[in-house]
Design a protein around this ligand. Sequence first.
Ligand code: URA
Length: 291
Amino acid sequence: MSGGPSEFSDLVASARVIVEELLEEGVERFDLRETAAEEHPERPTASPAHAHAEPKTPLPESGSRPAPPHKATSPPAPAPVSTPAPVSLPPADWGANPSLAEVEGVLGDCQRCALCQGRTQIVFGDGNPEADLLFVGEGPGQHEDLQGLPFVGKAGQLLTKMIESGLGIPRKSVYICNIVKCRPPNNRDPLPEEVAACRSFLDGQIAAVRPKVIVSLGRPAASLLLGRKVAISRERGRWQSYRGIPLMPTLHPAFVLRQYSEENRRAVWEDLKAAHAKAQAQPPAEGVAED
Ligand code: URA
């Protein structure tokens, strides 16, 4: 290899991110020999027997987990709990510009999904109702559930630091919310039906705030807003749009804390800077498109 030690550690960090994403996506094994054969057809494959080996485990449908090979004959695994499946956009029935109070009022003491059973309180959102930047995370954790505010635990502290020390703007000048408003038990990923039950409230918040730029934090938020599975480490930093509003997908701060590499920190920093610069350059929002 021609690169120096820092290039090598960058490569290791990137490989880690990709493996972590594959694990999060439910992939538990992959056949390196097949991959090698696809990428380097000139190399001999392992053995002829391999050609008749069991078929490659299909990639999971959204959120599902292939059964591990040694359990091939056992009953199907229990219901998946990983990625919320991208759901189709429900009609935006909030009108052009509802208020946050109106959206929160309709949410009420929500019992629309099972998450209500384990919550201490609903974590609706926090910040400036007229913010230029709106952040969307996944769902409240323990600290958020106790305090009733989004992003106040360790990941939240990192996000707050990046907003305040990095961008140089107070946290209260932006708006922060989540895909689901109640804490999933043991911080598991929200289930598709939980995401679907809460979806319209996120849309209501976006319609109320009318931000100039949305920043999605992590794969679930980007996947939900874009309506497809997003490979966040590959797609972060690339402008998208949600209902006519520029959308910047970036890494989740909890992921950055787990993979505390220079590369990941720099990536989020670049994305936030780009989002902030675009918001400053945008004319005031007109209203949120219906679809
Ligand atoms: N992680 C999230 O996605 N949201 C929070 O509010 C806190 C942690």
